[in-house]
Ligand binder design. Sequence first.
Ligand code: GLV
Length: 324
Amino acid sequence: MKPRILVSRAVFPEVISRLAGHFEVDDNQADVILGVEGLKVRLADKVGALTAATDPLTAAVIAAAPKLKAVCNFAVGYNNIDLAACSGAGVMATNTPGVLDDTTADLAWALLMATARRLPAAERWLRNGEWKGWEFVQWLGTDVHHATLGILGMGRIGQTVARRALGFDMKVIYHKRTPLAAETEAACRATWVDKATLLRESDFLVLLLPYTPENHHLIGAAELALMKPTAHLINVARGGIVDDEALISALRQRRLCGAGLDVYEGEPKFNPGFLELDNVALTPHIGSSSRATRMAMAMTAADNLIAALSGQRPPNLLNPDVLA
Ligand code: GLV
């Protein structure tokens, strides 16, 4: 009999077909959100799972799945997985780095441009029939070209965002704990600065770092106060890195010019204060959402699961200590 696996969310049929060649698949094409209790039930008899960043793979969930050998997230972020619990239970955990860098960088730029040029509010105004004619002073925005782009967290996606700045003749500065190697910096035309300098000098600050307990509210009232009142904040990383209440207050008081946000604290619920602001561009966590990229993510997760359950080391293993 084939090993039994769970696919926790609805995915493209091609992904299910591929997995069905190796496993007996319990799918969730109805896309019911399983949550802790649902995952406990559905994982009780499974040896593997393809999971999303929305699935809480807590210690309790892992403990309720005694046969489990591998959980393969179709996401680059893995703050939904308790890695220590996985390692303790002999469960391999994997993610999908690399395949979504370009698509996520594209969305960071889309939000940057949208907030700079006030596209959502201008479009709402036009749709509401309020456009009575061209005016000299109308919907003035912020120039992107020749501005300073700041990137906090300069991993693969941050570097991909930075490389796109060349076409806009931007100055690029970044902060991460360990500066990049000189040749990588040169390829990104980016200069390392300390965090306070990054906050003070960026015209557009893009957050691209993982959510960890240390990064909780990394951008709060004190950090926002360091930013220029003409600056824009873009978050395509994870909710919780920004203190949303503090951000709303800064945007409301125009201590910050604008924000482009794809992620929020407490998703899919989010602070309703954002809806009252006309200086935000808001998208519903769609950073990696193109058909090609979502397919690549799911197939990468499938590769990891197939490797893990056939006695090989999965290519994107997050907890190598599990093999010790
Ligand atoms: C999406 O948020 C991801 O982590 O891939």
